[in-house]
Structures are given as C-alpha cells and as structure tokens.
Design a protein around this ligand. Structure first.
Ligand code: NAD
Length: 264
C-alpha cells in the first residue's frame, strides 16, 4: 500500500453487500488511505452496509433512495456537517423492473422506462449537483456502465438504453465541471454476478460467453474493477475526464466468437 488516496475523502453510493462493485471500489480506496462515507438504500440493506462500513472505517450518511430528492439532500447535509468538503464520489446505482430485463426491448412500458432512466441515469446528475458544491478543491466522480450501452446484448433491453444516456451524461458533466477541476468518468465493467445482475435474464450464459470470448479468457472481479476505480479517483488519472474506461478483460474489442470457444 503506497497511500495513493491519503488525505482524500469521498462518498460511495451503491453498496448492497460484499459482492457489490461499490464495495470492491471502496476496499481498493480504503487500502490506499482514503476516508469513506457510505449511503444505503432502505432498512433491509442498512444491516448489510453497516458492518461493511465498520470494516472500512467508513462514515454512514444514512438512507438514500435516489428517487427521493429529500433523502439525497439529507445525506449530503450529513456529509457536509461531517467533512465540509469531499474529493471523490462513486455512483454505482442502477435499477429496472426485472420483468423487462428479459424478452424484447420493444415491449418496454412507459412507467418502467421512466423509472429506469430516473434511478439509473438522472440520479448521477442529481448527486453530481450536490457533490459539486462540496468539491471545493477539485474532485473526481465515477459511475458504472456496461457494454449493453454500445451494442445490443440479450435481455439488457431498457437498461442498455439507460446506460447509453448515462455515458452521454458523463461527457456533458465532464465539460460543465472541468473548469472547477472536477473530473467525471465511467467504468464499463464486464459482467459480474451481483444482486443487480441476478435480475437480468440468462445472466449465467452472458458470464460464460464473456469468459470464453474475452481476450483475457476470464470474467472480471470486483477487486479488478476496484483497482480501475482507484486509478480514476486518484491523481494518477488527473488528465482524464469524460472517459468511459472498459474493465472487461478486453471483451469490447472482439468482433466474433473466439476460435477456441466451447459451445454453450
Ligand atoms: P448491486 O446490486 O450490488 O448494486 C446496485 C446498487 O444500486 C444497490 O446498492 C442498490 O441499493 C442501489 N440502488 C438501486 N436502486 C436505488 C435507489 N432507488 N436509490 C439508491 N440506490 C439504489 O449490483 P452491482 O452490479 O454492483 O451494480 C452497481 C452498478 O454497476 C450498477 O450501475 C450496474 O448497472 C453497474 N454494472 C454492473 C455490472 C454487473 O455485471 N454486475 C456490469 C456493468 C455495470
């Protein structure tokens, strides 16, 4: 440990359990000396998140449902009272009704389209608005996206459309906040078996397909995504903003099934 994050403080949103990508990022940051704050979504996750916060010495801001602006404000208020300023923000939040993460995209309902966009896209902008005010000496913001934004992936459906909008918002936010030395980037992570991923139809097949066809012939772990997060949130990436960085064992460069891939 070389202390890349020594003296830096930030908020991590999206820890549900110890398999969450947000937890992998939190651990990589804590190992390098960052001071962390967590939010949790509702009482059911509170009892999962509190022990993980204790393990990493993280401050718990409280309940935050990004669909409810008052709870976002309450968490940022708690953060402002605790630290006054922050240096980084991790947004690892997404939601869509699992009934629409299967079958055809064309059958998406208006209600779930709106909900998916609110929770998975607008929420990043909503928290960026609050975080900007606390990043008084610059900062780094990070969100999580997926290849389904770029190419059609089976069952990803409305979530793919939402991730495309999220990636576009990363670029707009990077331009708006750049003059304040606030950087905004995304990690496009390869598939990982998490709570959120279990809502996607045939997810095991997608994992196997990636393992057999990615250049590195393996799927990625939350520790690996955590290390990429560490790079994007530390000063190592101080010249990087508006970027969507793939952490996917190279899958996004592949155009065809690998010659040695078994049938699945
Ligand atoms: P996860 O289930 O561990 O995390 C998802 C988080 O979103 C949970 O903590 C949940 O509480 C939170 N969330 C959902 N609705 C919310 C709301 N209304 N308010 C506040 N929080 C809410 O799963 P994960 O895979 O770690 O997901 C984190 C991010 O990574 C998501 O944006 C997901 O789309 C993205 N991602 C996941 C994969 C994958 O294969 N797992 C790949 C690429 C990108």
């Amino acid at each position: 440990s070389v202390g890349l994050m020594k003296g830096k403080r930030g908020l991590i949103m999206g820890v549900a359990n110890n398999r969450s990508i947000a937890y992998g990022i939190a651990k990589a940051l804590a190992d390098q000396g960052a001071e962390l704050a967590f939010t949790y979504q509702g009482d059911a996750l509170r009892k999962r998140v509190e022990p993980l916060a204790a393990e990493l010495n993280a401050f718990v801001c409280g309940h935050c449902d990004v669909g409810d602006a008052a709870t976002i404000d309450a968490c940022f208020q708690a953060l402002e009272e605790k630290w006054g300023k922050i240096d980084f923000l991790v947004h690892a939040i997404g939601f869509s009704d699992k009934d629409e993460l299967t079958g055809r995209y064309v059958d998406t309902s208006e209600a779930n389209f709106s909900k998916t966009m609110l929770i998975s896209v607008y929420s990043f902008t909503a928290v960026a608005q609050r975080a900007e005010k606390l990043m008084t000496s610059g900062g780094s913001m990070l969100t999580l996206t997926y290849y389904g934004a770029e190419k059609v992936m089976p069952n990803y459906n409305v979530m793919g459309v939402a991730k495309a909008a999220l990636e576009a918002s990363v670029k707009y936010l990077a331009v708006d906040l750049g003059p304040k030395n606030i950087r905004v980037n995304a990690i496009s992570a390869g598939p990982i078996k998490t709570l959120a991923a279990s809502g996607i139809g045939d997810f095991r097949y997608i994992l196997k397909w990636n393992e057999y066809n990615a250049p590195l012939r393996r799927t990625v772990t939350i520790e690996e995504v955590g290390d990429v997060g560490l790079y994007l949130l530390s000063d190592l990436s101080r010249s990087v903003t508006g970027e969507v960085h793939h952490a996917d064992s190279g899958y996004h460069v592949v155009g065809m099934k690998a010659v040695d891939a078994p049938d699945i």
